[in-house]
Ligand binder design. Structure first.
Ligand code: NAP
Length: 471
């Protein structure tokens, strides 16, 4: 078998593994094996690339692999789940930087001899790569709170941005027509990096996950264009898969928040709370101790748990699983309602609950469970806020008006476990907390759930508790 046949074959198998891996990510049941398939695909893609006869020395490649692997392992081990969106933004920045640098090197080496089609691909690669690097770094900075999270806007910003984009596109066309114009090429690279910053500046931290999915898409497009410029099939395929899945993900997130992509990109959402959405003054809420809450829970027959970002912050999923197990063994029907944008990234809650061992058949999507709330005795809202805010249904003044939410307020009784009356991600008050059938149980989610568990055990007669203990 020749080296080029072996490369073609490994690329083919790697592409299949990427496609099946992505397919498996669609369900929490198969997501883990999907990740392993994609990892295997990446190993094969790298191995195939190393067979390329154009490689003259492996020294730098091996050094790069060692540094990259060490950094990857360190990032994987030490990044907390709550910092996953900014970690993703950082890896997009690295991926896009690689694509942009390869493009610049390719241009410097072969720029004047490249065919027009290759120059077009190279132009795309460098343009998307450069703007994704700075855009992703901005997204990282905002989410890590190194930069202000609020949208930074100025008069005529959209006009400036559109003008800048047109200038970059004009320079790219000029370089394609006159490839020897290095000044124009580097001006395009420089302006694209500025454009990345300008694109993300007016977007608030609240919309960053959508922006990150979009930047993911751009990084994929840059990689795909790199594949066309270098005649590398696996880059074309993997880049296209990355580009398409990033775009689909951002559309799904926008749909779950009832927003359009243009509203996310140009709407400066989260800039200042709209008039009429700050509640609190004159309103009262009911707070309860974990012991009181446990006694109410003790009489419930149907319970729905609604996890949110606070469960992730507190890492309360293991305590929540223990509580759900005890309730189930006492004969209570316990289910979990998972909102599509609960937490800070798609699938955030599913990952945490699966990690704690919650059975998949206990997890319900919003559409599956929303009609069941009126028949539910107690809803346990654990660190969730925006995704249960009824203002999204009833208050046209609210910035989240129109976002589909869990109909928690229709349940007989609601217990909200959070630390204070502070707002959630969207920065707005939640009228659910002031409803007569809602009680606030203040404290860190893990501690409160553990206190509920203790309270419930104390209320359960010894004989029944023994029957309720795991074998
Ligand atoms: P949320 O609205 O951000 O509210 C989380 C709540 O958790 C806060 O009100 C906070 O209140 C509480 N909390 C924080 N730490 C806690 C702790 N240690 N113990 C107990 N409670 C704690 O969360 P959400 O309801 O999950 O909504 C998600 C938000 O993210 C939505 O606005 C959504 O649009 C946005 N978003 C999500 C995605 C995604 O893909 N998932 C993408 C884009 C945007 P205290 O500070 O008072 O404790």
């Amino acid at each position: 078998m020749t080296a080029s046949t072996a490369i073609g074959l490994t690329y083919f198998v790697a592409s299949l593994l990427f496609i099946f891996g992505l397919r498996s990510l669609g369900s929490p049941r198969t997501a883990r094996s999907g990740m392993h398939l994609a990892e295997l695909g990446m190993v094969l893609a790298i191995a195939g690339t190393l067979l390329n006869h154009q490689i003259v020395s492996f020294d730098w490649i091996l050094a790069g692999m060692a540094v990259g692997s060490l950094a990857g392992v360190a990032i994987a081990l030490w990044t907390p789940m709550t910092a996953m969106p900014q970690r993703t933004a950082l890896s997009h920045a690295f991926g896009a930087l690689a694509a942009a640098l390869v493009g610049v090197a390719h241009y410097l080496e072969h720029g004047e001899t490249l065919a027009t089609a290759q120059l077009v691909a190279l132009g795309f690669e460098v343009m998307f790569g450069s703007l994704t690097v700075t855009g992703s770094l901005m997204a990282f900075g905002k989410l890590q709170e190194w930069l202000p999270g609020r949208p930074l806007t100025f008069r005529g910003q959209n006009v400036v941005n559109v003008g800048l984009f047109l200038l970059i596109a004009a320079l790219a066309i000029f370089v394609i027509v006159v490839p020897a114009q290095r000044e124009a090429f580097f001006a395009m690279v420089g302006l694209a990096t500025v454009f990345g910053v300008m694109l993300v500046l007016p977007i608030g931290a609240a919309d960053m996950p959508v922006v990150i999915a979009l930047l993911n898409s751009y990084a994929g497009l840059a990689a795909s264009a790199t594949g066309f410029a270098l005649h590398n099939d696996i880059l074309i395929i993997a880049g296209a898969l990355d580009g398409a899945s990033g775009l689909i993900l951002s559309i799904l997130m926008c749909r779950a928040m009832n927003r359009s992509i243009t509203n996310v990109l140009f709407g400066a959402f989260g800039k200042a709370p709209e008039k009429g959405v700050q509640l609190g003054a004159g309103l009262t809420y009911r707070s309860a101790s974990p012991e009181e809450a446990a006694s109410i829970l003790d009489t419930a027959e149907r319970v729905i748990v609604v996890p949110g970002y606070g469960m992730a912050v507190s890492q309360a999923q293991h305590a929540v699983k223990k509580l759900a197990d005890l309730l189930s063994r006492k004969g209570v029907d316990v289910r979990f309602a998972v909102h599509p944008v609960a937490g800070r990234m798609p699938g955030h809650m599913n990952v945490l609950l699966a990690e704690a061992g919650v059975e998949y058949d206990k997890l319900f999507d919003m559409e599956q469970i929303n009609d069941d709330f009126p028949r539910t005795d107690v809803v346990l809202v654990i660190g969730a806020n925006d995704v249960v805010n009824p203002a999204a249904k009833s208050n046209p003044q609210s910035p989240i008006y129109g976002m589909p939410v869990l109909d928690v307020d229709r349940a007989r009784s609601v217990m909200v476990l959070k630390r204070s009356m502070n707002p959630g991600f969207a920065g707005i008050d939640n009228e659910l907390f002031y409803k007569p059938n809602t009680m606030m149980v203040f404290g860190d989610a893990t501690k409160t759930v553990e206190a509920l568990l203790t309270g419930l055990k104390e209320l359960t007669p010894a004989g029944e508790l023994a029957r309720a203990q795991p074998a």
